[in-house]
Design a protein around this ligand. Structure first.
Ligand code: MLT
Length: 408
């Protein structure tokens, strides 16, 4: 008899966003005329930059000729895109990252789960709480945790609380851990990590022979000049960090799909018998076997992000969403809601009023204001009593949503 992967049965519930979609679909089928405003999943709403569209159109035309046709590309991404990323995202920020250390992919969500393929089963793993649920669920699926405990936490995972008491800063653990997931600017709280905080994490990782998986998918939204955009701005990080980056949120590629993962060639792990081995080679081997690369057309679109035109269009998009974030934050505060984030990230993290739990506040906003947000408890136990609103929507909808909340 065929056996299934029992680890899937340990998962607490459906993945957060499909679960929200299910509840919203039920609500909409019961209230078909409702004017719903979606500030839940962080999915962009503004059109793709014309620089990217033009580059993709030109690439399609090229593909229609014998001379310009492209079949399988390099699994790691085309050199011209990897070189543009290395120059604009790293060299111009003073980071020592080469084009060869950049692996182009179809998403940070996939990469941040697939990376477990090259990591051993016995690592002591830490996530922040609240956290982007993909890090936790992919570890559960891969059998890297025990069962879920009564508290709602998984046995075998370490949780690092980020909350009001510690100003949403992940505190350096006292115990020795092997693998730490960090996401800054943070999803879901919108908090950022200062240079000295990241330096403390790098120091911890170097002392403990640990690996930091650094998710910087929201770096483009940083407004404050002193906040690092990459873990590789920190000295020593080439020996202890992998970074995930994406074109989804800055350039509107959530549907187009393009991202990249940076693995320095100087990054080492150990085999079961204690030998040192570089992670770059393992990931290169994994990608060459299991991945056939991102389409030529999409990579040409991503390359155009780095043209003069692309850079200014992406900047306008980011500014647009950050104006939304600012509007959300200030209007919520005016409405008397304690709110965090939204200053260097497209997410505003709200303390639910009157001691409501996160899902009750979700239902209240859905029923009474016809607004969809994300319940904080969906991001972990410490997210209970919080709620996330995303800045990804039109100005008109954001203004309308804030009026509805003010009138609640
Ligand atoms: C979110 O809403 O947290 C994001 O859209 C998740 C993602 O990027 O996968």
């Amino acid at each position: 008899m065929l056996k299934v992967n029992d680890n899937y049965l340990k998962l607490k519930a459906g993945y957060l966003f499909p679960e929200i979609a299910r509840r919203v679909n039920t609500f909409c089928s019961e209230h078909p005329d409702v004017d719903l405003i979606r500030l839940g999943i962080g999915d962009v709403t503004e059109p793709l930059p014309s620089a990217c569209r033009d580059a993709m159109k030109a690439a399609i035309d090229e593909m229609g000729t014998h001379a310009g046709f492209h079949g399988y590309g390099p699994e790691q991404g085309y050199p011209w895109l990897r070189e543009a990323i290395a120059k604009f995202d790293y060299h111009l920020r003073g980071c020592d990252i080469s084009a060869e250390e950049i692996f182009v992919s179809d998403g940070s969500k996939c990469d941040s789960s697939n990376i477990l393929d090259i990591l051993g089963p016995k690592n002591r793993i830490a996530v922040t709480d609240p956290v982007y649920p993909v890090y936790v669920d992919s570890n559960v699926m891969a059998g890297r945790t025990g069962e879920v405990e009564d508290s709602g936490c998984y046995e075998g995972l370490s949780y690092i609380a980020i909350n009001e008491a510690n100003n949403f800063e992940a505190q350096i653990p006292k115990e020795s851990l092997d693998l730490i997931y960090l996401c800054f600017p943070n999803n879901p709280t919108g908090a950022v990590a200062t240079k000295s905080k990241l330096a403390a994490w790098v120091d911890y990782a170097l002392k403990n022979d640990a690996l930091i998986l650094f998710d910087a998918a929201y770096e483009a939204f940083i407004q404050d000049n002193d906040i690092p955009h990459s873990i590789f701005e920190i000295e020593g990080s080439r020996q202890c960090a992998i970074e995930f980056r994406s074109f989804s949120k800055n350039a509107g590629f959530t549907g187009t799909r393009c991202a990249f993962t940076v693995i320095p060639k100087t990054l080492k792990g150990r085999t079961q018998d204690g030998k040192s081995i570089d992670l770059w080679s393992l990931w290169n081997r994994r990608q060459s076997t299991k991945f056939n690369g991102v389409s030529y057309i999409v990579q040409r679109g991503a390359e155009a992000v780095y043209s003069n035109e692309g850079q200014s269009q992406v900047k306008s998009l980011v500014n647009f969403y950050m104006e939304n974030a600012n509007l959300i934050r200030t209007e919520l505060i005016k409405a008397g809601l304690t709110s965090y984030g939204g200053e260097n990230a497209p997410y505003v993290w709200i303390k639910t009023p009157d001691g409501l739990d996160s899902w009750s506040f979700f239902d209240l906003l859905l029923d009474k204001a016809n607004i969809v947000g994300t319940p904080g408890s969906g991001f972990g136990v410490a997210g209970e009593g919080y709620f996330r609103l995303s800045a990804f929507n039109s100005r008109k909808n954001v203004e309308k949503a804030m009026k509805r909340i003010a009138n609640l």
